[in-house]
Design a protein around this ligand. Sequence first.
Ligand code: PRX
Length: 663
Amino acid sequence: MTDDDGQLEARLEAQDVFEPSDAFVSQANVSDPDVYERFDAEWPHCWEEAADLLTWESPYDQVLDDSDPPFFEWFTGGELNASANCLDRHLDERGDEAAIEWVGEPVDEANRTYTYEELHREVNEFAAALREQGVEADDVVTMYMPMIPELPVAMLACARIGAPHSVVFAGFSAEALATRMNAADSEYLITCDGYYRRGDPLDHLAKANEGLADVEHDTTTVVVDRLGPNGDDFGHDLGAAQHDYGDLVGAHAGATVEPVTRDAEDMLFLMYTSGTTGQPKGVKHTTGGYLSWVSWTSQAVLDVKPEDTYFCAADIGWITGHSYIVYGPLALGTTTMMYEGTPDYPDRDRLWEIVEAYDATQLYTAPTAIRAFMKWGTEYPDRHDLSSLRLLGTVGEPINPRAWTWYYTHIGDDSCPVVDTWWQTETGGMMITTLPGVKKMKPGSAGPPLPGVDVELVDAAGEPIEPGQAGYLTVQKPWPGMLRTLYRNDERYIDEYWAEYSDVDSDDPDDWVYFPEDGAKIDEDGYITVLGRVDDVINVSGHRLGTMEIESAIVGVEGVAEAAVVGGNHDIKGEAVYAYVITEDGYEGDETLREAIVAGVEDAIGPIARPEQVVFSPDLPKTRSGKIMRRLLENIADGEEIGNTSTLRNPEIVADIQAQVTE
Ligand code: PRX
């Protein structure tokens, strides 16, 4: 054990409650402890405070329309445009200030700064180009792009002309892209030639084109030239319906496009996410409620101020980047950072170098990254002056107290509050976390629900549980940032999120309860520790994956008869994919099949879903009725004791599987 470990251990023993410093509280955007009571008393009118952070073209008539639950509507009758809120309204006062500071992965490449003025200009030009290409309000435009500035430009250009975007994470496979474009009937794709990963240029357009080949309708594509001459080796030629981004923007130099007036409830974007069944779910977010929510939480929880240089190290391809790299920070007129690459390229201090170079004031990242930093050791952050940081955040998965305390001590130098924020793609923005200017922090616990957010922990029957017990998270009242439905599938929206604990025949909004599919514990102070998903969704490095999606990729591989996928504990990733596979007669569970399975998963979903272990077995542990015992497979993956197996149809199989996993 190193000295550092010793000190960390001592601290973990000694301290489980941390108070925000007086210095932080005295400058915090929200520091009034009465905010909780006030929001309860005023609900739902408390959320006017969030809507007031935006500029409305016409005011809303009603804060909440709950006449048709669970199709709740917020700020109805109000009109606004998200791009005007993120750009135009800042021009007078902050036109020359940086909106985006972009850092590419190669260290010898010039970084790029977009002032609000410059970002506004490029968004207008690209909006004009998209219009010329035929994009109209309500057309879904897909983006398949890595962390390059043209991604937020494209999102805001779409918002400007009222076209919802659907961003597909660049690490997803061609097949995943095609599935999402087909599901949304999306006729437009914005992508790029490639990007850098650990020093190498990566051919992204080849993957995009492969996906486009499986799209069932005609498409128009815009391709950003990210790599310049470094992409020449890929030998790309743009096809007939493919346009170069630079040419399009150049052809519309100086163009201005009036922001299209959008109803508060008009769709701002779609985001596909994993659920229990094989098909990804198209989560629909709206213009007024979503933008209010991410703006309010950005200022209340992340303490974002216009003069900050705020750094969220997520990817815009996931909801965290949508809400807390693009929309929340830009709506508040701050400077938002974007980093293209991985935190360990060219060395393990890359993030700390960026924080120091830009005097970043907040850092928002995932527990998986923090655990990796912890493993790499303090020598990397110690090389840099991180004293510009004022607040730290984490999101995406449970954070263990050890990682929390390391982050607080070594990155925050004991002076930055850490906000552990629980939320989901569906919630649009944060729901459970401490307000850093008001609440004490407890490592490992996200904290109480935000003011005005009505979270209750219940048992399987929907009855509230006592402090100290574990139960299920529920949200008892709607909130402005909530998803409105699953795209073109209202029925599935009800089934997936409401059916469990609601009286689905009732017209009374109080009878409707949102179920996020997470388990949690609550303590005497009302602090909530989120335990993780209770459905067939696993969380690998903060990335949400459906086990069914992975299973269907595996059973598609020749030679596989049956597969069961579970999440097993992993020191860095949180969870890792464990695949248990029964081979078809005549096939061997050998290295060739293992490789084919890994390739099959990468093709169907992407490398993030790659199985950590593939275990071949003549059978899987099943109940007498033939149901696969997933819990048991999880225990095996975690190397845990296996209890009584007498209820299994085939108990003899367990030892055989166990032996392979421990190998
Ligand atoms: O299980 C919870 C976990 O991530 C899930 C949502 O994943 P996704 O929609 O991809 O959004 C991730 C970014 C918001 C949740 O159902 N989760 C998220 N944040 C936390 C968390 N688990 C524990 N603690 C958190 N702070």
